[in-house]
Design a protein around this ligand. Structure first.
Ligand code: UDP
Length: 266
């Protein structure tokens, strides 16, 4: 059997040719980068956890009518997805000030925003993914007016749904990044959700303690990233053989996973 063809290798994933035309296999690596790849490292087991979390989130989103590229998970690190033409935009949704928003505008991290912000960044590593306005997107034809309408309305629905989903497991969805792609059907195309949704591209804070359960632990050299990613998966009910009760408090202050939990209510 010949080795399958690699289509693309990104910072956290590899795309291989899929078993049927129009499909790809998305392989999740343990590699992590931050600050436009200035910082590089690995988070042990991240690929396995992100594959499961993203499967779960995309499946839940499809149940509320969001079209996605996800077809099915194949194994621990791989999922079968529809091949799309990626729209070169990172779509960021924000509910609470953090990260680059706080830095750019001098708003304290943790300040709740009066309403959800949607921002667009042009996907170009060499340029450091600059923030762009809808005017630039139209001017340089990165996406049509109609596509932007679909993208923004899907993004808002996704945010509303995920805020509730994470609140149900005592996690505040501070901000996150989405990517969309074009699925062609003859001369026509429609926009669907692509890429992944995982703690790599979300800010997730424990509601009780404010503990960070996402890639900021890696970006900011806090340690405890493996435990944090596992904790998100555990609360979502995705880790077999571990109890998945919400409401427990994870203490990552010593970079070890210590649960100071109240016993589950019967
Ligand atoms: N994000 C991402 N990929 C990027 C940039 C941002 O997944 O290339 C996510 C990030 O994890 C966060 C949100 O988008 O949840 C907003 O990121 P921000 O603009 O604050 O940038 P950062 O502080 O991460 O550089």
């Amino acid at each position: 059997m010949s080795r399958r063809r690699q289509i693309y290798e990104g910072k956290a994933k590899i795309l291989y040719e899929g078993p049927e035309p129009g499909t790809l296999i998305q392989y999740f690596k343990d590699d992590a980068t931050a600050n436009n790849a200035e910082k590089r490292g690995t988070i042990n087991g991240k690929g396995v956890i992100n594959n499961r979390i993203s499967e779960h989130v995309f499946t839940r989103l499809s149940h509320i009518g969001i079209p996605t590229h996800f077809i099915r998970r194949l194994n621990m690190r791989e999922q079968l997805v529809r091949q799309v033409e990626i729209i070169p935009l990172e779509v960021v949704l924000r509910n609470v000030a953090a990260g680059s928003l706080s830095k750019r505008l001098g708003i304290e991290e943790g300040e709740p925003l009066p309403h959800t912000l949607i921002e667009y960044y042009y996907k170009d590593d060499a340029l450091g993914d600059p923030m762009v306005a809808e005017e630039h997107i139209a001017c340089f034809n990165w996406a049509s007016h109609e596509e932007m309408h679909d993208i923004s309305s899907m993004a808002i629905r996704i945010n509303d749904f995920l805020v509730g989903m994470f609140a149900g497991i005592n996690i505040r969805l501070v901000d996150f990044k989405l990517e969309f792609g074009r699925l062609y059907d003859g001369d026509y195309s429609r926009v669907i959700l692509a890429d992944e949704i995982s703690p790599d591209g979300c800010r997730l804070w424990d509601m009780a303690t404010g503990e960070k359960l996402d890639k900021d632990r890696f970006r900011r050299d806090m340690g405890g990233e493996e435990e944090a990613y596992r904790e998100v998966a555990r609360r979502l009910g995705l880790l077999q053989g571990e109890d998945n009760q919400p409401g427990e408090v994870l203490d990552l202050s010593s970079h070890r996973s210590r649960l100071r939990g109240t016993p589950p209510k019967k």
